[in-house]
Write a protein that binds this ligand. Structure first.
Ligand code: FES
Length: 163
């Protein structure tokens, strides 16, 4: 999305923001608003955050700060292949953090980023409900279990080969 583009928020989000603005402490609804906006657009680009800031009468820097602080908000669209590393407790204690680093190193991007060719993005998730298979990685709907950092190149190669 062009960073200078002016974004029109959809009616449903405008109405939600308006309802929040009628309540006490409307700024406390910022995270809820950002969730709705991300659900609609898929990510939170700067022009979108500018529009949210304007409508909620919050400084843009505060809105951007919130959007970049929380891991569940994205500033870029997801890649064609969305890699999601589970960082829930069972996965974490079994080395998910090292798996995450291996994906970052292999792809040259950080958590929440997308490769320049738009093919891969990396995100984290909380427990996906299959702790016995920890550490768990999802690539779109495909589940990879008991993943080690050493397996990461093979996982990426298998995804590349399948496309
Ligand atoms: S903590 Fe990762 S699947 Fe439960």
């Amino acid at each position: 999305m062009d960073e200078k583009q002016i974004v029109q928020l959809p009616d449903e989000i405008c109405e939600f923001i308006d309802s929040c603005m009628e309540k006490p402490h409307p700024q406390s609804y910022l995270i809820a608003v950002l969730h709705k906006v991300q659900e609609y657009f898929g990510y939170l680009a700067d022009p979108i955050l500018d529009e949210v800031a304007y409508r909620m009468q919050i400084p843009t820097a505060n809105v951007s700060g919130t959007a970049t602080f929380y891991h569940f908000f994205r500033q870029q669209p997801k890649g064609k292949y969305a890699i999601s590393v589970c960082l829930g407790t069972a996965c974490f204690v079994n080395g998910a953090d090292e798996v995450l680093i291996a994906f970052q190193d292999e792809l040259g991007i950080q958590l929440g980023e997308t490769t320049t060719d738009g093919q891969f993005s990396i995100e984290s998730s909380r427990c996906v409900g299959v702790c016995a298979l920890a550490p768990v990685v999802l690539v779109n709907e495909q589940v990879y279990s008991n993943v080690t950092p050493q397996q990461v190149p093979d996982i990426l190669n298998s995804v590349r080969a399948a496309r």
